[in-house]
Design a protein around this ligand. Structure first.
Ligand code: ADP
Ligand code: F6P
Length: 332
């Protein structure tokens, strides 16, 4: 049985962090476990920015993107000395364990704390969906909904002006956001880090579409491949006069992280938050909560480093059968 635990949100914020914090706090209240919020990511431990979290602090925040605890990147946390110092500070604050909400970097920090003896559980929060052993991260679904909404809006003007649009989406080294948003927005091309693209094939795809009297097209480029600007320059210089269409670029940027959490994210975050708190109170630690085949799942934090989830095979097949140009796997 735990008496007092901490929660920290770290790295890039993702929509759903607040519903997760809320579920942890409310489950803590049911169990009689006091929950302390650490502000501004791991840096908040060194700055001793601790705030008690009760029902009032989390009330009404389920609909808010971002994190009520604020987040940051804290480079010094990669050093063992800083991790050990953080554990000493938490001990002095009578914090018996820490729930870490963040992406792969933050979870690497959680794994390090666990190796140094702190009781830790991680919750995967990332728009990029780049964490293994969970089919979805908290925040990915909302981000995808935002991206397809924005592409729909671009398509309206693309159709009016007979243009081809390049849309740069986030995702770090992972092509998940680009591939899934391209499928769900009816885009023609997805350029993703996992696959090698062929500009001639892309130009052929866009040209065939124009010959079928579709007057607009959308190419979704994952930031992990190159900037949308670089891709557009390469496309235009390779195509010469072949495209017969004006090309424009839209870089979606940080609005992708700002959507009010979708139903799927509110539910996933609430489930993961509750499950983590219950498991933590029963003695589980050193693990990350995930969702596999719609069931909660625990993975050893130490096994996450250096692994990336593969792109879903059925999404790749689907994209191809829908006529999208996505290239071929990079390793072939
Ligand atoms: P995210 O968690 O969204 O992937 P980052 O990769 O920027 O974001 O990581 C967030 C923070 O997690 C970093 O600023 C650092 O404090 C901590 N962190 C990242 N990588 C490690 C690591 N290998 N060991 C310990 N802490 C790390
Ligand atoms: O990891 C989430 C993410 O939004 C990535 O998709 C993106 O590359 C990065 O964070 C942007 O980081 P920052 O907010 O520091 O610019």
């Amino acid at each position: 049985m735990l008496k007092r635990i901490g929660i920290v949100t770290s790295g890039g914020d993702s929509p759903g962090m607040n519903p997760a914090i809320r579920a942890i706090v409310r489950t803590g209240i049911s169990l009689g476990v006091e929950v302390v919020g650490i502000q501004n990511g791991y840096q908040g431990i060194f700055d001793k920015e601790f705030m008690p979290l009760g029902s009032v602090e989390v009330s009404g925040r389920i609909r808010d993107a971002g994190t009520i605890l604020s987040t940051s990147r804290c480079p010094k946390f990669k050093e063992a000395a800083a991790q050990i110092e953080a554990i000493e500070i938490l001990k002095k604050e009578n914090v018996q364990g820490l729930l870490v909400l963040g992406g792969d970097g933050s979870l690497a920090g959680a794994a390090a704390l666990s190796r140094h003896g702190l009781r830790v559980l991680g919750l995967p929060c990332s728009i990029d969906n780049d964490i293994p052993d969970t089919e979805l991260c908290i925040g990915t679904d909302t981000c995808l909904n935002t991206v397809i909404h924005l592409i729909d809006m671009v398509k309206a003007t693309a159709a009016s002006h007979n243009r081809c649009f390049i849309i740069e989406v986030m995702g770090r080294k992972q092509g998940y956001l680009a591939l899934m948003s391209a499928i769900a927005s009816g885009s023609q091309v997805a350029v993703i880090p996992e696959f090698r693209y062929d500009l001639d094939k892309i130009i052929d795809n866009l040209t065939r579409r124009r010959l079928r009297r579709h007057n607009n097209s959308v190419v979704v480029v994952a930031e992990g491949v190159c900037s949308g600007q670089d891709f557009m320059n390469r496309l235009i210089s390779t195509a010469g006069t072949r495209l017969e269409q004006e090309v424009r670029l839209t870089v979606l940027g940080h609005v992708q992280r700002g959507g009010s959490p979708s139903f799927a994210d509110r539910y996933l975050a609430s489930r993961m938050g509750e499950y983590a708190m219950l498991a933590f109170n029963q003695g589980e630690h050193g693990s990350m909560v995930g969702v596999v085949r719609n069931r909660m799942n625990m993975t050893d934090l130490q096994t996450l480093t250096g692994r990336r989830p593969p792109l879903p095979a059925d999404a790749i097949r689907l994209a191809r059968n829908l006529g999208m140009e996505i290239g071929v796997p990079s390793e072939t």
